[in-house]
Design a protein around this ligand. Structure first.
Ligand code: HEM
Length: 402
């Protein structure tokens, strides 16, 4: 894919670009937002900007992509692109915006590496950028077309019909349609982007997993309060918790997200921690709605029974399936809870459970949880292809190519 001219140049410069990727990313974003402050109004998540996660994710993934091109010339790293394309379309990204990122990224590479960026080096990195950008643009066009939407029409206004306090930290919203447009169906495990006006007038987007199968009239999602009202990460969740009330209107994107349940007959194991229950709840709800006969084992880790969000819905859905089981791990166990044989104390230990052969696995939770559960499963002989995972926030796991 990479031209014969560029391949040796990328090979030679990848180490130095990799070494300076954080600095390149930092200057790239600073430069871009100075030139285009409008991109911070409704498109980029300033919570992720503030702590540098998004910077690393975008620039890091380009370096990771270059590494893959160099090592494995003909293979398209589809898994890496898919997550990004879904995230992009859930924000209504447009193809012409790739030029803005290009110009600012190339500027930052020259700014950091200076004279080392000869015309040949610049041309080679330009080629890498557009290879990746065009793959994303094509994928994103396909995603918009598949649901007959465009960057402008993914948004829709809903009315909050119910707001339910699930736990001390988590509220669940049920929103209802207020117009006659068709409600786009969601696949099990997908999320929507919510776009809200913050106190300073700036709009901010955040993604939340859908927690219930479609009924054509409503959507449901659950929001965990991030503590620290003045922190960028806390501003959206606190706004939703404290200020958005039943009857208010909210703007949501159509559903997107690449970690979705496959329709097969194989046994299914869902493993989540904390608010990572949300896409799993959506999957269980879809399974019940479709009359699934699959064996389903739900593994969930939380602080305590009381902090386990959506436990009512999840328990009912598992009971409605012909072969559904719940196993929990609580850091603060329920007194006498372990007597049932389905409650454990401490962190999740998949080794403590009899897991079916040939199962498919879906994981969702904080990165350390995902890494430890995935490692334990792989060590136990589960093929990597059977394990899918959803990360909330930019996925640095992929970008961390070094
Ligand atoms: C998210 C890569 C172009 C805006 C991301 C993520 C990656 C990425 C890796 C994080 C996904 C995740 O794990 O959540 C790329 C690459 C690009 C590109 C490789 C070009 C080849 C663009 C363009 C824009 C853009 C042109 C718009 C001007 C965003 C936004 C997010 C995002 C708003 C959401 C995350 C956040 O705000 O924190 N992109 N991107 N990206 N990207 Fe891109």
């Amino acid at each position: 894919m990479l031209s014969d001219t560029s391949l040796p140049v990328i090979k030679a410069t990848l180490p130095v670009v990799g070494e300076h990727i954080e600095e390149i990313a930092k200057r790239f974003y600073k430069h871009m937002f100075e030139a285009r402050p409008d991109l911070l109004d409704g498109l980029f998540n300033r919570g992720n900007q503030a702590d540098g996660r998004q910077q690393q994710a975008l620039a890091g993934s380009i370096a990771a992509f270059a590494g893959l091109l160099v090592d494995n010339v003909d293979e398209v790293p589809d898994h890496l692109l898919s997550r990004v394309a879904h995230k992009h379309v859930s924000l209504g990204l447009r193809p012409d915006q790739y030029q803005i990122v290009h110009d600012n990224l190339m500027w930052a590479i020259v700014d950091v590496l200076g004279d080392a960026v000869t015309p040949d080096v610049a041309a080679a990195w330009d080629e890498v950028y557009w290879l990746m950008a065009n793959m994303l643009i094509n994928k994103e066009r396909g995603l918009y077309n598949a649901v007959h939407l465009s960057p402008d029409t993914i948004w829709r206004t809903w009315r909050v019909a119910e707001k339910i306090q699930e736990t001390d930290d988590v509220v669940r919203f049920v929103v209802e349609r207020i117009d006659e447009r068709e409600v786009k169906p969601s696949l099990p495990g997908q999320y929507v982007t919510i776009k809200m006006r913050m106190h300073d007038g700036v709009h901010q987007p955040r993604q939340y997993s859908l927690t219930k199968a479609d009924d054509g009239q409503h959507r449901q999602f659950a929001v965990k309060r991030v503590h620290g009202l003045e922190t960028p990460d806390g501003e959206m969740s606190n706004l939703l918790h404290n200020e958005v009330q039943v009857g208010d209107e909210v703007v949501l994107s159509a559903p997107f997200g690449d970690v979705v349940l496959e329709y097969t007959d194989r046994p299914l194991v869902l493993a989540s921690a904390g608010i990572g229950i949300t896409p799993m709840a959506g999957m269980l709800s879809h399974l019940v709605k479709s009359g699934s006969q699959r064996q389903v084992i739900m593994l969930h880790a939380d602080d305590s029974q009381a902090s386990f969000p959506l436990r009512g819905q999840v328990g009912e859905d598992l009971a409605a399936l012909p072969d559904g089981t719940l196993k929990t791990w609580f850091l603060n166990p329920t007194p006498g809870g372990s007597a049932s044989g389905s409650e454990f104390s401490g962190f999740m230990d998949v080794g403590a459970v009899d897991l079916p052969d040939d199962a498919e696995y879906y994981l969702c939770g904080p990165l350390p949880f995902l890494k430890s559960v995935r490692s334990a499963l792989v060590a136990g002989g589960v093929p990597a292809k059977d394990i899918q995972y959803e990360v909330f926030g930019p996925d640095l796991w992929l970008a961390d190519f070094q």
